[in-house]
Write a protein that binds this ligand. Sequence first.
Ligand SMILES: [Zn+2]
Ligand SMILES: [Zn+2]
Length: 352
Amino acid sequence: MLACVKTELGKVEMMDIPKPKAGPGEIVVRTVMATVCGTDMHFLDEFPNEVIAGVYPGILLPQGLPMGHEGVGIVEEVGEGVTRFREGDRVIASCLTGCGRCPECLNGEPQICTGGGRLLFGCQAEYYVIPNADINATHVPEGVSDEMAVLASDIMSTGFGAIERAGLKPGDSVAIFAQGPVGLCATAAARAMGAGLIIAVESIPERVAMSQRLGANVVIDPRQKDPVAEIMELTGGRGVDIAVEAVGTQPTFEAATRVIRRGGTVSSVGVYGLLPQVSMPTMVPSFLHRRVVTTLCPSGRDRMDHLLSLARWGNIDLSPLFTHSLSLTEAPRAYQMFRNKEEGVIKIAIRP
Ligand SMILES: [Zn+2]
Ligand SMILES: [Zn+2]
């Protein structure tokens, strides 16, 4: 079958690899749609395959690393012991899979599984495997688009999680640093969950427009103005209730810590990649009175069911985030576009 494989640092290629078989607890899915995400870029450009294989034993193929963790597809084969799925079901899997038995999984947080949970791999291919399918996959209801299904498998969950973990109350003011795909999902989440003033920080015109469309009241261009000073002015010198860091850099993290009010919350969902540490200023009045929460992508069947329910009944449509569409054979091109932020790209639908 055709698959997008990372052969070396910074390089992906389309390759013919064996079609996977469903082992115990697993299902094999025929891909309908997949996409490229910022996390893929970290794996592609920052971590050699041997390092990844050390963290996730058994994931590396002789050809390289099978790429992709955000996808939707049709069940092709059901492994021994799987009870919830049949051939032909339309499904998604959480990008972070859990074992279902460790304390963290039993506590409803499979994304931080300590019993062998891992990132999903291999969605950018004709077929991929979902491990422990009964807990890590769910059915996509009729009426929910492939685009929304794919988003519910990762970045919608991350963006909503950023706002949920910050404990947003109706009317809270929210600042969101950068409107990449995850930051845009956080903007939509803040609006959906009842925020008051939403201030986004972004300079790419297509992302500024999308931010406004999804609910931002003000978008500050950091190339034109100092976002910290602007946000403090917009809030009368008080600061925002919640600041979301959705990039993963020291300057944006630090800026987020500087714009929250006394008692406010910094919610960090950026992936800091190879950055060895992030620090925050202590000489601001709110230092001893602020919360910092960090999350990646809340995962698992129940989580996805809630997000899919929002998509189906809650009038939440994030499908406009998919600005481009390519065929699976063009997946390496999708990486190039995404890395260089070409043509105002936000998300790219990749279909076999
Ligand atoms: Zn992702
Ligand atoms: Zn677990």
